[in-house]
Design a protein around this ligand. Structure first.
Ligand SMILES: *[C@@H]1O[C@H](CO)[C@@H](O)[C@H](O)[C@H]1NC(C)=O
Ligand SMILES: *[C@@H]1O[C@H](CO)[C@@H](O)[C@H](O)[C@H]1NC(C)=O
Ligand SMILES: *[C@@H]1O[C@H](CO)[C@@H](O)[C@H](O)[C@H]1NC(C)=O
Ligand SMILES: *[C@@H]1O[C@H](CO)[C@@H](O)[C@H](O)[C@H]1NC(C)=O
Length: 362
């Protein structure tokens, strides 16, 4: 046998190694590609069928379970079956006041005055950070009103989950007829009787809903939401809504659009500003007045509205909010457009308590 020169043999071996390495790389790449194709097609198919997390293919990286956990699921399932109209026998229709807070309610003394003497006409639900376990005194209207809560992150779907949790708890009480979402910085602008009469007398919900052509409106729409949600469906609105029982029940019964939003509305799309307005616009637009009853000041620009402090609290300022605009109420023009206002810093409590007799006519 003829001996090859050492360099030739080396080149031969190297060539063989390179050849086999390339072949195996190709095979691996091909396998990866096919796997990807398979996953994508399964995913798309699934997309059109339903968004039930249980039917997601196990091939894909596990998707975050939709609807936080079983307790929430069961809660919302029961709430979705609750009657769509308020049911009353020996009781009055109630307004459910749902407080979505981070911690405590620093303005609670003002709310105590507001609620005093109207016990048969309201229900209270409070969602806090789960770490907050302080209980107000037994004499407080907020005593034992906290619902099982989970951590909420600003602008994330956990915020919407908390709103749905509050709505579900409130829907389970058949006498609750109207549902107001409030934050710890909200104040009531009128006395309980005025607020109650205004809400009970309305055939429509008060949910801010408008088509904002700017980047912070339509610009947040994601075409991946098609075919479920189109750009013409897309709405924006104030998170702090007031809903009739029918609309509240429709929202709790929706999984389909909620899952589309959870997948495709991520910051800078804020689910709490778009999901409910868009959903209501899609499924029951005629039930909405398209305006909110919770006043807030966006005039200073930025991504957060103005916060008011002690020195801002004057009768003139509050009366401008209370009576200084025109809007439509049950087909008539009125200057009572807002029943609540935000954002009020804890330092406003003392001056607010002082003018409470004027505000509430007590
Ligand atoms: C009133 O409602 C309660 C609870 O929903 C029910 O147990 C009771 O039977 C009702 N009473 C009448 C007279 O319908
Ligand atoms: C609110 O807007 C919807 C369309 O988004 C419309 O159908 C409805 O009539 C409006 N409501 C009022 C009171 O104008
Ligand atoms: C509201 O309407 C009244 C009477 O129609 C008018 O005098 C007033 O200027 C209006 N106010 C605003 C803020 O538009
Ligand atoms: C509530 O306020 C209205 C004005 O908004 C006033 O006419 C009424 O007397 C007040 N009711 C009570 C019970 O204080």
């Amino acid at each position: 046998m003829k001996k090859e020169p050492i360099t030739l043999r080396y080149i031969h071996i190297l060539g063989t190694v390179v050849f086999f390495t390339s072949i195996s790389s190709l095979v691996i790449l091909l396998a990866l590609y096919l796997n990807q194709r398979l996953q994508t097609s399964l995913f798309l198919q699934n997309d059109h069928l339903s968004y039930n997390p249980l039917t997601y293919p196990t091939l894909s990286p596990a998707p975050p379970p939709h609807g936080s956990d079983m307790a929430d699921k069961e809660l919302m399932r029961r709430a979705a079956m609750a009657p769509r109209e308020a049911v009353m026998n020996e009781t009055h229709p109630k307004v459910a006041f749902m407080f979505l807070t981070r911690w405590n309610l620093p303005l609670s003394p003002l709310w105590e005055i507001f609620f005093k003497g109207h016990e048969d006409f309201y229900s209270i639900y409070v969602h806090t950070s789960p770490e907050f376990t302080e209980e107000p005194p037994e004499s407080s209207v907020f005593y034992k009103k906290r619902i099982p809560s989970k951590t909420v992150e600003w602008g994330q779907s956990s915020m919407m989950d908390a709103e749905r949790r509050l709505l579900s708890h409130a829907l389970l009480k058949p006498s609750n007829s109207r549902f107001v979402l409030l934050s710890e910085t909200c104040i009531p602008l009128f006395n309980f009787t005025t607020v109650y009469t205004y809400l009970m007398g309305s055939t429509r919900s008060f949910l801010g809903s408008f088509d904002d052509p700017r980047p912070m409106g339509r610009g947040r729409y994601n075409p991946k939401m098609l075919p479920h949600v189109s750009l013409s469906d897309w709405r924006k609105g104030n998170q702090w809504f007031e809903l009739s029982r029918t609309v509240a029940a429709e929202i709790i019964s929706d999984d389909r659009y909620y899952n589309v939003f959870k997948d495709h509305c991520r910051p800078p799309c804020y689910i709490d500003e778009h999901y409910v307005p868009t959903l209501v616009n899609k499924i029951c637009p005629e039930m909405n007045s398209n305006r909110t009853v919770t006043w807030v000041d966006w005039s200073r620009g930025g991504s957060h509205p103005a916060t008011f402090v002690r020195k801002d609290i004057r009768v003139g300022f509050l009366d401008r909010i209370r009576l200084g605009s025109n809007c439509s109420y049950e087909g008539k023009v009125t200057n009572v457009c807002f029943l609540f206002a935000r954002k009020f810093h804890v330092s406003t409590l003392e001056p607010l308590m002082k003018i409470a007799p004027y505000l509430y006519g007590i």
